[in-house]
Write a protein that binds this ligand. Structure first.
Ligand code: FAD
Length: 523
C-alpha cells in the first residue's frame, strides 16, 4: 500500500525529486533504492518563520507497488445535435462550464457571445494597449473565455464545497491545464495558458453538437407573460428557447440597463473600489520571505492584506506576483485597471488591487438611477480618471507615500501598465471619503508589512471592476429569476460568483436546474 505522509521541508528539497526521495527514505527508515516514486498530493508555503519551509502531503510508492497517477478524464458527454435547446449568453467561465454541463445532461447549448474568439480578441487587446482604442465588444473583459481569459488565472476560491471545486479543477486539467493545479494550495494557470484551454472547451462544445456564436450581442429578451421565449441579437435575429442562462459578467452594463428598462427586477449591490498598486517583486519577496534574495526554489511571493480603516475594510484584491497591470475598460471615455501574470510569474513587478468596501449608502448621489446607482457611481469614477489622465488609455498614477502626503509625484517609477501613466493627484479621481480611507490605509499596511509603504510603489487609478454593482435576484431553489420563468441569472454579473472557479461552479449549477426544467425531473 502506498503510504501518505505530511512533511515540512526546505524549498530546495521540495523542488528536487532525488532530494525529496532521500528525505522520505530517511524519514521512513527505508533505503532510497526501495522507494520507487514520491507523488506530491498537496503543496503550500509556510513563510511564518525566518526560514521559509514547504508543507507537503506526499504519497510514497515502495518497490513492487503499482504507481498510479490520478486519472483525469472528460465526463460522459452526449450528442446533443437534436436535443432540446438552452441559450447561454456569455462565453466566460460561467457560460462555458454551463454549456458543457448542459451537454453532459443531454441539452443542446447555443452560446451567444458579443466578443470574438480568443485569437481575434488578441488584436483588440493590442489596440487598447498601443493605440488606446477600446472596442466595446472585444476587450480584456469581453470575448471568448470572458474576463478570466487574459488574467492571472488564480484558481482559488472561498467556496466551501471542495467537491465542486475539485470537479472544476479536474475539468481544467482534462482541457490541458497542468496537474499542478490539483496539488497547489494556491493554484494558478497564467495568461499564456488560458486562451488555449478556452479554445479547447469550445471545440468540445461544438464536437458534441452545441453551438458557439461570436460577434453576436444580445440586445433584448423575448418575454411572453412571465416566461422567457428567446434572446434577440443586435442583428435583429431572435433565437428561440424556453431556457436562457444569463452569464454576461460584471461589466455588461447594457444588460443591466436592458433589464431595468424592461422592469425585470434587479437591485443595487455593494462592491469594492480603489487603486492598483505595483511594487518591485523583489521588495515583496524580501517582505514575505524575510530574505534579501528569493533564491531559485521559491515562487515570486504573493501577499494578502486586510485592515479596518474608519469602519471599512480595505484589502488586497486579485494580487498578481510577477505580473502586469492591464487596461480593462469596456467602453470609450473610461479607464479601468486590473492585473494578469504569465504562468511563470516572471515579470519584475508585483501588482494588486487595493480596494475599499463600499456600502449602498455611498451610492446616494446616484439614487435617481435606482438599482443602477452603484453602476453609475463606478462609471463616474472611471470617466473622471479618463479625463484626469488626458482622455486616452493612460491612467492617473502617484507614488504611494506621495499619495498619502497629498503630493503630486515629481517623477514616476517604471510601470508595467503598457498604455502609460500620467502623474496626478489621485484625490481628484475618487470621492473624498474613499481617498481619506486609502491615504490612511496604506500607512496601516506598512505597519504590518515592513517596507510596503514606500515611494517605490506606484498607484494606478482606478481598480473598479472587482465584482458586479448589480444583483439579478433568483429563486434559491430553481435558480430562475424571481419574476421570469426560464431565465437563469448566472455567474459574476448576476452577483453569484467572484472569480473563475466560483463562476464555473455557478454555471454548472444553473445548467443542472435548466436541464431539470426541460426534462421535468428534480434531483
Ligand atoms: P465573464 O468572464 O465576465 O464573462 C461574461 C461574458 O459575457 C463575456 O465574454 C462577455 O463578452 C459576454 N457578454 C456580455 N454581454 C453580452 C451580451 N449582451 N451578449 C452576448 N455576450 C455578452 N478571477 C480569478 O478567479 N482569478 C484571477 O486571477 C482573475 N484575474 C482577473 C484578471 C483580469 C484582468 C480580469 C478582468 C478579471 C480577473 N478575474 C480573475 C475575474 C474573473 O475573470 C471573473 O470573475 C470571471 O471571468 C467571471 O466569469 P463570468 O463567466 O461570470 O463572467
Amino acid at each position: 500500500m502506498p503510504q501518505e505522509i505530511q512533511l515540512q521541508v526546505l524549498p530546495e528539497i521540495a523542488a528536487t525529486n532525488h532530494l525529496l526521495v532521500d528525505y522520505v527514505a530517511k524519514l521512513t527508515h527505508t533505503p532510497s533504492n526501495e522507494i520507487q516514486h514520491v507523488t506530491i498530493l498537496k503543496r503550500s508555503i509556510d513563510a511564518r518563520q525566518k526560514q521559509v519551509k514547504i508543507n507537503l502531503k506526499v504519497q510514497v510508492f515502495f518497490q513492487g507497488e503499482d504507481v498510479h497517477h490520478r486519472p483525469v478524464s472528460f465526463p460522459d458527454y452526449k450528442n446533443v445535435r437534436n436535443a432540446p435547446v438552452a441559450i447561454v449568453v456569455g462565453a466566460g467561465p460561467a457560460g462555458y462550464f454551463a454549456a458543457l454541463q448542459l451537454i453532459e445532461l443531454g441539452v443542446k447549448p447555443i452560446v451567444v457571445e458579443r466578443g470574438k474568439d480568443v485569437r481575434g480578441r488578441r488584436r483588440d487587446l493590442k489596440a487598447i494597449n498601443v493605440d488606446h482604442i477600446v472596442n466595446p465588444d472585444s476587450n480584456y473583459c469581453f470575448g471568448e473565455g470572458g474576463a478570466g481569459t487574459y488574467s492571472d488565472g488564480k484558481l482559488y476560491t472561498r467556496s466551501k464545497k471542495r467537491g465542486d471545486v475539485n470537479r472544476i479543477l479536474e475539468l481544467l486539467v482534462a482541457f490541458g491545464a497542468s496537474q499542478d493545479i490539483l496539488v497547489e494550495a494556491h493554484p494558478h494557470i497564467g495568461t499564456n495558458k488560458l486562451p488555449k484551454i478556452m479554445e479547447d472547451m469550445r471545440h468540445k462544445i461544438t464536437e458534441f453538437g452545441g453551438e458557439v456564436l461570436f460577434d453576436k450581442r444580445v440586445v433584448d429578451f423575448d418575454v411572453k407573460g412571465n416566461e422567457i421565449k428567446g434572446a434577440v441579437l443586435h442583428t435583429g435575429e431572435t433565437i428561440e428557447a424556453n431556457q436562457v442562462i444569463l452569464a454576461t459578467g460584471h461589466s455588461a452594463r447594457d444588460i443591466f440597463e436592458l433589464l431595468d428598462r424592461k422592469n425585470i427586477f434587479i437591485e443595487a449591490k455593494p462592491f469594492a473600489l480603489g487603486v492598483r498598486a505595483e511594487h518591485p517583486q523583489s521588495l515583496i519577496d524580501s517582505i514575505q520571505y524575510s530574505c534579501d534574495f528569493r533564491g531559485d526554489f521559491l515562487p515570486p511571493a504573493p501577499y494578502s492584506i486586510v485592515k479596518q480603516v474608519n469602519g471599512r475594510g480595505m484589502y488586497s484584491f486579485c494580487m498578481c506576483p510577477g505580473g502586469v497591470i492591464a487596461p480593462c475598460a469596456t467602453d470609450v471615455e473610461e479607464v479601468v485597471t486590473n492585473g494578469w501574470s504569465p504562468s511563470k510569474r516572471d515579470q519584475a513587478t508585483a501588482n494588486s488591487g487595493i480596494v475599499v468596501e463600499l456600502k449602498l449608502e455611498d451610492f446616494k448621489p446616484y439614487e435617481k438611477h435606482g438599482a443602477l446607482a452603484g453602476m453609475y457611481f463606478q462609471k463616474e469614477i472611471e470617466n473622471t480618471a479618463w479625463k484626469v489622465a488626458g482622455k486616452t488609455q493612460e491612467v492617473p498614477a502617484q507614488r504611494m507615500v506621495d499619495f498619502s502626503n497629498k503630493k503630486v509625484s515629481e517623477s514616476l517609477p517604471k510601470t508595467s501598465y503598457v498604455p502609460g501613466v500620467v502623474s496626478s493627484e489621485l484625490g481628484d479621481v475618487f470621492p473624498s471619503f474613499l481617498t481619506g480611507i486609502m491615504r490612511q490605509g496604506f500607512q496601516e499596511f506598512g505597519k504590518s508589512m515592513k517596507g510596503y509603504f514606500t515611494n517605490d510603489a506606484i498607484l494606478h487609478a482606478p481598480e473598479s471592476r472587482t465584482s458586479s454593482p448589480v444583483r439579478i435576484p433568483r429563486n434559491d431553489d430553481t435558480l430562475e429569476h424571481l419574476q421570469i420563468k426560464g431565465l437563469y441569472p448566472c455567474g459574476e454579473g448576476a452577483g453569484y460568483a467572484g472569480g473563475i472557479i466560483s463562476a464555473a461552479i455557478d454555471g454548472e449549477k444553473c445548467a443542472i436546474k435548466c436541464a431539470e426544467q426541460i426534462f421535468g425531473y428534480r434531483n
